[in-house]
Design a protein around this ligand. Structure first.
Ligand code: WAQ
Ligand code: MG
Length: 262
C-alpha cells in the first residue's frame, strides 16, 4: 500500500505558529489532513490566518526504527554539572558541548535569535557546517506509529508530552546516522524548559530545567564526526522517510549512576 507524507504549517501575519507532519497509508490521508487542520486552528500560540497542507506520495520506502532508550536525568545537581557528566560519556569534548549549550541560550543564529532548523557542528573542531546558519538544517519525513506512541505514553506516565514524543522521533532519526555523535536540544517555547541530550550508543537523556522559564530561545545542535559527507548527511535529514515503530526502555538515572554507562 502506498504511503503518503502529510505536512501542515500555519502562520499569522507571516509569523510561524505551528507545524506538524505524518506518514500514513493512503486510506488514512483524509482523516489525517482533517486532524492536522484541526490542530493548526486550535494552537495555543494563536489563530492562524494561513494554513498550508501538503500531501505527497512517498517515493522511497521508509526505514522502521526502534526509538532510542530514554533516561530521565534526576536533578539535585546544577544543570551544567549534569551536562558535563553526560558530554564526558560521549565523543563530544565537554568544553565544546558546554560552549554550544551556552550559545543556544544566548541565541545561536548569526542575528542572535533562534534558527528554524539545527546547526551541524564538527567534532572536535567546533566548526559549523550547515550551509545557511540563519535557517539551519530541518529534519523531515518522520513519524511514529500509533502503537509505539501508545506504548511510549504508558511507559512515560505523567512525564509524557506530545513535544517529547515528537522530539524522540526526530532524535531517533538523527542519531541513526552513523556520523552523528550526539544531539543537544532546547525548546524555543518560553514555557517548555525540558530538553535533552542524545548520545550515540547510549540514548536520549531528558533534562528538566535545561533553560530558565520564560526564555524564548533554544535550538538544536547535531554534533558530527570529522570527515562526514555533508551532502549525504543533509539529504538523509531532509528526505529519508523514517518511522519509529517500537520503543525501548524508559527509566531514570542519577549523576552517580551515569558512571555505569562508561
Ligand atoms: N529539524 C531541525 N531542527 C528543528 C526542527 C526540525 N524539524 N524543528 C525544530 N528545530 C530546532 C529549531 O532551531 C527550534 O528552535 C528548536 O529546534 C526547538 O524546536 O523530552 O519543543 O519545536 O520533553 O521548540 C524537547 C522535548 C522539545 C524534551 C523540543 O523543540 C522532552 C521542542 P521546538
Ligand atoms: Mg517550539
Amino acid at each position: 500500500m502506498a504511503l503518503f507524507s502529510v505536512k501542515m504549517r500555519s502562520s499569522k501575519n507571516g509569523l510561524h505558529i505551528s507545524g506538524a507532519e505524518r506518514i500514513v497509508p493512503e486510506e488514512r490521508v483524509n482523516q489525517v489532513v482533517l486532524s492536522l487542520l484541526d490542530r493548526a486552528r486550535k494552537h495555543s500560540r494563536g489563530r492562524p490566518d494561513f494554513i498550508s497542507l501538503k500531501v505527497e506520495e512517498l517515493k522511497e520506502e521508509p526505514v522502521y526504527l526502534k526509538a532510542l532508550p530514554v533516561y530521565e536525568v534526576k536533578g539535585g545537581a546544577p544543570t551544567e554539572t549534569l551536562l558535563e557528566k553526560l558530554f564526558s560519556l560521549s565523543e563530544v569534548p565537554v568544553s565544546l558541548g558546554l560552549s554550544f549549550y551556552r550559545q543556544l541560550l544566548k541565541g545561536i543564529s548569526p542575528s542572535g535569535g533562534v534558527m528554524r532548523g539545527a546547526t551541524i557542528v564538527e567534532v572536535p573542531s567546533g566548526r559549523r557546517l550547515e550551509p545557511d546558519s540563519e535557517r539551519g538544517v530541518r529534519v523531515s519525513y518522520i513519524d511514529i506509529t500509533d502503537e509505539a506512541a501508545e506504548e511510549l505514553k504508558r511507559t512515560a506516565g505523567n512525564k509524557y508530552t506530545e513535544n517529547f514524543k515528537e522530539a524522540l522521533t526526530l532524535s531517533t532519526k538523527v542519531l541513526n546516522h552513523p556520523d552523528v555523535l550526539a544531539e543537544l536540544c532546547i525548546s524555543d517555547d518560553p514555557d517548555y524548559t525540558t530538553g535533552y541530550l542524545s548520545i550515540k550508543n547510549l540514548g536520549y537523556f531528558r533534562l528538566f530545567n535545561l533553560k530558565p522559564s520564560g526564555l524564548p530561545l533554544g535550538g538544536r545542535v547535531f554534533f558530527v564526526r570529522k570527515g562526514v559527507d555533508l551532502k549525504e548527511l543533509i539529504s538523509y535529514f531532509e528526505t529519508k522517510p523514517v518511522i519509529v515503530s517500537s520503543v525501548s526502555n524508559y527509566s531514570s538515572v542519577s549523576l552517580e549512576e551515569m558512571e555505569d554507562f562508561r
